[in-house]
Design a protein around this ligand. Structure first.
Ligand code: GRF
Length: 221
């Protein structure tokens, strides 16, 4: 993607937003968060954005004639700022076709489980109750179906016998903060395609393969 302008949508705490901001600050992610949109005025993440000097918009989801009207207002806000990649980071609203079709293949979401296990709310509680020994976090492209789009990056977290929902969520969150900036970088860098449901990054021979011992270099870098 030539332009690397992010719009981040939040509803609450905004720790993933913070991880994105810090990855950009530390030079691990070459991108700019141009706007943070929240559907809730009391989202803690809004103050994180303001502290980082990022424009914030509060767009309450209530009072719209139809869900699609809210989606269109969101699209207008993001397009008005030339956003090229939309990152859902704890945004607690379902987005409909009006939104997804406006940013084809350019909406990411993070979910606190190894999808397709445990979609929807309380993923960590679902994992504990099911009794899995391993869970994790997933960043995926957003499609019209909840938590079901192509997977970009996943990371695993063991479930310990003495875990509570809180302790497990805290360890999953550490992984979320690692993989979200990484997934954003992968998507922005391009050189990937979808093969069915599979998000595949093409490995191609580096132009400098002779000097680098013939190693393959992802995206030619
Ligand atoms: C995270 O667990 C994320 O995976 C889920 O909502 C939570 C948001 O946390 N979609 P935060 O607002 O980023 O701290």
């Amino acid at each position: 993607m030539e332009s690397r302008r992010l719009g981040v949508l939040i509803s609450g705490r905004g720790s993933n937003l913070q991880a994105i901001i810090e990855a950009i600050r530390d030079g691990r992610l070459d991108a700019t968060v141009v706007v943070v949109v929240s559907n809730r005025a009391d989202a803690v993440g809004l103050s994180r954005a303001r502290e980082a000097g990022i424009e914030t918009i509060v767009l309450p989801h209530t009072g719209w004639p139809a869900r699609a009207d809210y989606d269109r207002a969101l699209v207008d806000a993001l397009r008005g700022r030339d956003v090229t990649l939309v990152c859902l980071a704890g945004f607690m609203r379902l987005l409909g076709p009006a939104f997804i079709e406006a940013f084809p293949g350019r909406v990411l979401n993070i979910h606190p489980s190894l999808l397709p296990s445990f979609p929807g709310l309380h993923a960590q509680r679902q994992a504990l109750e099911y009794g899995v020994k391993v869970t994790g976090a997933t960043v995926h492209l957003v499609t019209a179906e909840l938590d079901a789009g192509p997977i970009v990056v996943q990371s695993t977290v063991p479930v310990l016998d003495d875990d509570t929902e809180e302790t497990l969520s805290a360890r999953v969150l550490v992984e979320e903060h690692q993989i979200y900036p990484e997934a954003i970088r992968l998507v922005l860098d391009g050189g990937w395609s979808l093969e069915g449901r599979r998000f595949v990054v093409q490995a191609r021979a580096s132009v400098s393969s002779e000097t680098s011992g013939g190693q393959l270099s992802r995206n030619g870098t």
